[in-house]
Write a protein that binds this ligand. Structure first.
Ligand code: GRF
Length: 189
């Protein structure tokens, strides 16, 4: 199960890891944050069901949409990968301990409302940090705030731009998210 809003490269990394049996699980479906995102095509290419959140859905209607889609899939784990909407607290409660998010910085630095995508890497460079990285954490009712499961450091290199840094961090994200999902999805014993 993945919720995605972006190009879906983290989603693709999970698809590949499942198909290569590095993650002992089946992807129940994709919830796309809005129509037309790259992740939808990736799901269609792998016959993964897609539910797309209609534009402007928020608050109670977002909560109802997520509940109506997630519950029938009864996922062991829900992965947010580039999902930019905040998860309503009733859904967070329902999936407590079973919903994770990946963020492209060493949280708690450069996390929270307004820190996403390009803006994260821009802030790291403006601060002159020598290290950046990525973090996987449990989702709570605030942005990028739940307990951290694992983080990986990524060096900032001289002459880096936000996009060169983003690319280097994203490569590490793909390794981190698949390692963490494989560890959390334990086959039924
Ligand atoms: C990643 O940097 C992820 O950390 C952030 O949004 C980006 C999504 O990229 N939440 P993609 O859609 O997985 O390619």
């Amino acid at each position: 199960m993945v919720l995605a809003s972006g190009s879906g490269s983290n989603f693709q990394a999970i698809i590949d890891a499942v198909e290569q049996k590095r993650i002992p699980a089946k992807i129940a479906g994709l919830i796309a944050g809005k129509p037309g995102i790259g992740a939808i095509k990736r799901a269609e290419n792998h016959n993964i069901p897609v539910e797309t959140i209609p534009r402007g859905t928020a608050g109670d209607s977002l909560s109802a949409f997520l509940t109506d889609v997630l519950n029938p899939w009864s996922p062991d784990l829900v992965v947010l990968a580039g999902f930019l909407k905040k998860i309503p607290s009733d859904v967070v409660d329902q999936y407590s301990g079973r919903m994770i998010n990946i963020h492209p910085s060493l949280l708690p630095k450069y996390g929270g409302k307004g820190f996403y995508g390009f803006l994260v890497h821009q802030a790291v460079l403006e601060a002159g940090d020598s290290q950046s990285g990525c973090s996987v954490h449990y989702v709570n009712e605030k942005y990028d705030d739940g307990s951290i499961i694992e983080q990986r450091e990524v060096p900032v290199k001289p002459g880096d731009t936000p996009s060169t840094l983003a690319e280097r961090v994203l490569e590490e994200e793909h390794r981190l998210i698949t390692d963490v999902v494989a560890r959390l999805i334990q086959p039924e014993t």
